[in-house]
Design a binder for this molecule. Structure first.
Ligand SMILES: Nc1ncnc2c1ncn2[C@@H]1O[C@H](COP(=O)(O)OP(=O)(O)OP(=O)(O)O)[C@@H](O)[C@H]1O
Length: 349
């Protein structure tokens, strides 16, 4: 950062040129420079009081302690000598950033009209939208209106229209900010390919498929009444792999971790508390059992659209015994019995 021998009130063009010259002078020309400055300060009829004081201080220094120009020239010669404000007893001012403004500002003139502050613009102000967490408690419908294109929900590029007294009319094509955030919240993320799974590619799904780019159409197909679907937000449904008495089971890809799971959900809506509690028993049993190689793994469960969803480990092949025509060996039969027995108590040999 440049430092200059610039007093606060010496913003005249002439003083600035002198100061600038001083700042640029670094080596071996001290005497010449001091004489020039002294001459300039004395001759200048338009010098300010601060400049005059500075000049007289400088004069005092020269008068009280005369310097042999020859000695000083020898001293200085060959050495880096920075002329600092310490020598001139002027304060250290850091170069202002907006010097252009100062150049055009002549402090010698009195009654300078104060520059007008920019008038408050009453028109629409375009502003970059701050990224706010969708669940932020500060969100409300009272916040500025967001104008977006139909399919463009990229929050950073959205323009906020500030309420204006002149513009009482809302544009036709607007949605509230909270609605936009809600829409962003439920937009499903891309399916991520899990690099730790060697057979992940066999799923055959474009992990960054086009489903996320057109969320409006996407949710029209899936969402329940409230437009939210955890199932479709978190999972990509691949195919149905089984049906039970009261449920159906789907092979799904979890978008965030790129792994395959089975999600089972009840086929009908569970309106009554008693129905829900009964359905939950399966979940609670699975959760309580914990991990066992012979028990299907349990991950999570939730109610959605009054249906119970259970996310489970995806088992190879079908658990249904639909091989009635095929004979099973005694060993296989024992294995099945063993696995079934786990649900009723520890197997003892
Ligand atoms: N985790 C899983 N992995 C692979 N396939 C599964 C899984 N869970 C269930 N299935 C398939 O879905 C079918 C039905 O599932 P499930 O056996 O849990 O239903 P159910 O208990 O018979 O039905 P309900 O719970 O409605 O009485 C199974 O026979 C099996 O083919």
């Amino acid at each position: 950062m440049k430092r200059k021998t610039l007093t606060k009130r010496s913003y005249t063009k002439r003083n600035r040129r002198a100061s600038s010259t001083t700042a640029n002078m670094k080596k071996g020309t001290l005497i010449t420079h001091l004489q020039q400055v002294q001459h300039h300060q004395i001759q200048s009829s338009s010098a300010t009081s601060a400049a005059a004081a500075s000049s007289s201080r400088f004069q005092n220094v020269l008068d009280s302690d005369p310097i042999d120009p020859q000695l000083l020239a020898e001293d200085v010669d060959g050495k880096d000598f920075i002329l600092s404000q310490d020598f001139f007893c002027t304060p250290d001012y850091i170069t202002p950033d907006n010097q252009n403004l100062l150049y055009s500002f002549d402090c010698n003139k009195e009654n300078i009209p104060c520059p007008k502050s920019p008038e408050k613009v009453n028109t629409v102000i375009a502003k970059k939208l701050r990224q706010v967490h969708p669940l932020s408690p500060t969100l409300s419908d009272q916040q500025p209106i967001v104008d977006i294109g139909k399919d463009n929900i990229c929050a950073e590029e959205m323009l906020i229209e500030k309420p204006s007294t002149l513009e009482t009319k809302r544009p036709q094509n607007y949605v509230s900010q909270s609605a936009v955030f809600l829409r962003c919240r439920v937009m499903p993320p891309p399916c991520i390919k899990n690099p730790y799974l060697t057979d992940a590619s066999e799923v055959g799904i474009d992990p960054f498929g086009n489903q996320r780019s057109k969320c409006a159409g996407f949710f029209a197909a899936f969402a329940g009444g409230d437009g939210l679907s955890r199932y479709h937000t978190d999972f990509h449904e691949i195919q149905q792999i089984g049906t039970g008495n009261f449920s159906c089971v789907f092979k799904v890809l979890k978008r965030i971790d790129g792994c395959l799971y089975a999600v089972k959900h009840s086929t009908r809506q569970l309106h009554q508390d008693a129905e829900r509690r009964k359905a939950l028993m399966e979940v609670q049993a699975l959760a309580a059992l914990g991990y066992h190689e012979n028990i299907v793994g349990y991950y999570s469960s939730w109610f959605e659209n009054e249906q119970l969803y259970i996310q489970m480990e995806l088992c190879d092949g079908s658990l249904s015994i639909n091989r009635s025509s095929e004979s099973i060996t005694e060993g296989e039969a024992l294995q099945v019995l063993l696995q079934v027995n786990i649900f009723h108590g520890p197997y003892k040999t």
